[in-house]
Ligand binder design. Structure first.
Ligand SMILES: [Zn+2]
Length: 309
């Protein structure tokens, strides 16, 4: 799936007037572009390329959200054909289209997830089954592709993106190293902030979005049920009743959701159990923050609030 860089292909000769800033929101023009697959990858890449002339364009439209079942559009194919590089989240997030993208356009790919799951022995075979397997409970043994929501994993993603970009744009090596270091410093200060949430108390929660898995776990939450809601899969009344019964038994203290299709179900459970519902930011939409660190800080503070209630 991954391709090595053809160094000769990449030569940055044009002078660009467009800054990388806000590239995740505004489409760029020009043929010397770096594409990011979707918003979280764009946000991280933007931090790394600050102060360079590298142009970033985000492929998925602002409202796309995650890319689990994404199908390439004609415009995407055109972008892929005219760009030098595609930076992907990896870990299965782009599995529905990455092969087609590489096969048909020959684009070089930086996989930001490289190495993250190697130690646990999880490989691509498991990836393919992740979303076709509808058992939404107890899939710790499988890969959750929302790795940008883990402070441990996002630092690795940043390093992978940085080293891939350095290979393609060696003239910016120093500045990108510096930017990546600063980003990781910021991530590490968020980890300090998370420490207040590491208590011994049982903090049982329900999550209506798989994107929050790592973040909730890193903040000491015990996820008793995790339900992924989209247009194609909504829980039945019976499943909702079962969830509510087991939540009562397990003394669930909070329900987490994003401001998306899952919210109405989260609020129903919250009302039934008389427990609060908290909205976290999965960072997959451009309507939310344009600053990874600020958005994650806010998420951590919300979890603290839920924990201390
Ligand atoms: Zn997702």
């Amino acid at each position: 799936m991954k391709k090595l860089f053809k160094k000769s292909v990449i030569c940055l000769t044009a002078v660009f007037s467009l800054a990388a800033f806000s590239a995740c929101r505004k489409p760029n023009t020009g043929s010397q572009m770096v594409l990011t697959s979707f918003y979280p990858v764009c946000l991280i890449t933007q931090r790394i390329t600050q102060g360079t002339d590298i142009q970033i364009q985000n492929m998925a439209k602002p409202q796309t959200g995650c890319l689990h079942d994404y199908q390439l559009t004609t415009l995407d194919m055109r972008l892929l054909s005219t760009s030098h590089l595609l930076i992907i989240n990896g870990a299965g997030m782009e599995h529905s289209f990455i092969e087609k993208a590489v096969d048909e356009t020959g684009i070089n790919v930086i996989d930001s997830s490289e190495g993250i799951f190697d130690e646990s022995g999880i490989n691509d075979e498991h990836e393919e089954h992740f979303h076709s397997d509808k058992e939404s409970h107890d899939h710790d043994h499988e890969m959750n592709s929302h790795i940008w929501m883990s402070l441990d994993m996002v630092s690795v993603q940043a390093q992978n993106i940085c080293s891939g970009l350095k290979e393609a744009y060696p003239q910016y090596s120093d500045i990108m190293d510096k930017n990546t270091g600063l980003f990781i410093d910021d991530v590490n200060s968020l980890k300090e902030l998370e420490k207040v949430n590491e208590t011994d108390d049982d903090f049982n929660v329900i999550s209506f979005n798989e994107a929050f898995h790592y973040l909730l776990e890193e903040n000491g939450a015990n996820i008793t049920a995790e339900i992924e809601i989209d247009e194609n899969s909504t829980p039945t009344a019976r499943q909702m009743a079962q969830m509510s019964d087991s939540a009562k038994e397990l003394n669930v203290k909070a329900v987490f959701c994003a401001d998306d299709n899952g919210r109405v179900f989260a609020e129903t459970i919250g009302r039934e159990l008389n427990i609060p519902v908290y909205i976290l930011d999965p960072l997959t939409y451009t309507v939310s923050s344009d600053d990874y660190i600020a958005a994650m800080k806010n998420n951590i503070l919300i979890i603290s609030e839920a924990k201390n209630k």
